[in-house]
Design a protein around this ligand. Sequence first.
Ligand code: ZN
Length: 102
Amino acid sequence: MIGIMGSRPLVEIDKRMLAREGEWLVKTREIPELGPYRSRLEAIEALYRHVTICTGVLRRENPERVRQFVQHSITECKEPDCELCNALLALAPDANVVQLKA
Ligand SMILES: [Zn+2]
């Protein structure tokens, strides 16, 4: 599991999500409006990626896992039983997920 994934209180998802005209934006300390994203889950993934990069935790992770994490897209992932997808879904159990995999 990549460092920050699963630490919901630290990231404060609900305070940082901004819905506008059917799209989702993410408020971060470094970037006032990150996005837009088509779904809340995509926005949550972007938030985690942003926070993970900004906090520097990726420097302590295995390079191959870092590559997977940075390139991952929850809407395009076809990996069965994917660790990152599962972690994101656990963070946003109420999100409407549109994934390509069945
Ligand atoms: Zn995945």
